[in-house]
Write a protein that binds this ligand. Structure first.
Ligand code: PEP
Ligand code: MN
Length: 286
């Protein structure tokens, strides 16, 4: 058996292989990436993103935006283009939804995150959104990811429905490799055998991703559980495990929501959760 000479670099001596996601990896970039937007510093402290699953109408969105801003939320979410499992479900207001989001931003002062579902809408979304969301169903839409690598907008990349951590990080690498360093990762639960919850929020992924990558990591306990009563405890668990923030769905009347009502918090519940989260995220107390 041959032994390796002492002069070889430690990576070879210890047989440490570098990960295939070079730009995303913490190996080459030890310090956290921080993305500044409005009052948020995503990747430093705790960032709270909240809003309805979908933009439904102007009045509801404006009222909700100002209430969420008063609760201390940093970024407003709302889908104008919704990827739906059934072709017969409400799939968003499209451009009208983006216009409502722009008004809500003006009214509340909150930056906007909204989902890009179709590469043909990229210029339109960039004109309205502060952060572009890539949904789970598009995590491996490589042409979409490459195109997002060519814009400067921050991109929030949600984990695919059954993507491994490596597949997810390689998807982020697609965006960075085209020149956009502003990538945020979002753990939103994965498919499991248990149908009690919609998905299983992968708490393991939180510290694992923070070890593997310098990119900010946001937790989505709404899609991660699919059940309103589980959202606050899972949000707290994610923050305690090291997530840089959370994204949650909130609706003034969840029973009337056009999508994801069963996992949406009421405004009262959102207020209670903000108070509860201070125990694990003291920076929110300010
Ligand atoms: C959403 O955020 O509303 C959404 C569709 O999420 P996901 O892509 O995680 O299913
Ligand atoms: Mn949703």
């Amino acid at each position: 058996m041959t032994t390796l000479p002492d002069t070889l670099p430690s990576t070879i001596q210890g047989m440490k292989t570098l990960p295939p996601y070079k730009l995303v990896s913490r190996d080459n970039h030890p310090q956290n990436t921080v993305i500044k937007l409005g009052t948020a510093q995503i990747g430093k402290g705790t960032t709270i993103i909240a809003g309805p699953c979908a933009v439904e109408n102007r009045e509801t969105m404006l009222k909700l935006a100002s209430s969420l801003s008063s609760l201390g939320v940093h970024i407003l979410r709302g889908g104008a283009y919704k990827p739906r499992t059934s072709p017969y479900s409400f799939d968003g207001l499209g451009k009208e939804g983006l216009e409502i989001l722009a008004e809500a931003k003006k009214y509340s002062g909150l930056p906007i995150i909204t989902e890009l579902t179709d590469i043909r809408h990229i210029d339109l979304l960039c004109a309205y959104a502060d952060i572009i969301q890539v949904g789970s169903r598009n995590m491996q839409n490589f042409s979409l990811l490459k195109e997002l690598g060519r814009v400067n907008h921050p991109v929030m990349l949600k984990r695919g429905l059954s993507a491994t951590l490596e597949e997810w990080l390689l998807a982020a690498e697609y965006i960075m490799a085209e020149g956009n360093p502003n990538v945020i990762l979002c753990e939103r639960g994965i498919r499991s055998f248990d149908s009690y919850t919609r998905n299983t929020f992968d708490i393991n992924a939180v510290p694992a991703i923070k070890n593997l990558s310098h990119l900010p990591l946001i937790a989505d306990p709404s899609h991660g559980t699919g059940r309103r009563e589980l959202v606050a405890p899972v949000a707290k668990a994610a923050l305690a495990a090291g997530a840089d923030g959370i994204m949650v769905e909130v609706h003034p009347q969840p029973a009337q929501a056009l999508s994801d009502g069963q996992q949406s918090l009421t405004l009262d519940e959102m207020g209670q959760m903000m108070a509860q989260m201070k125990s694990v995220a003291p920076q929110l107390a300010g």
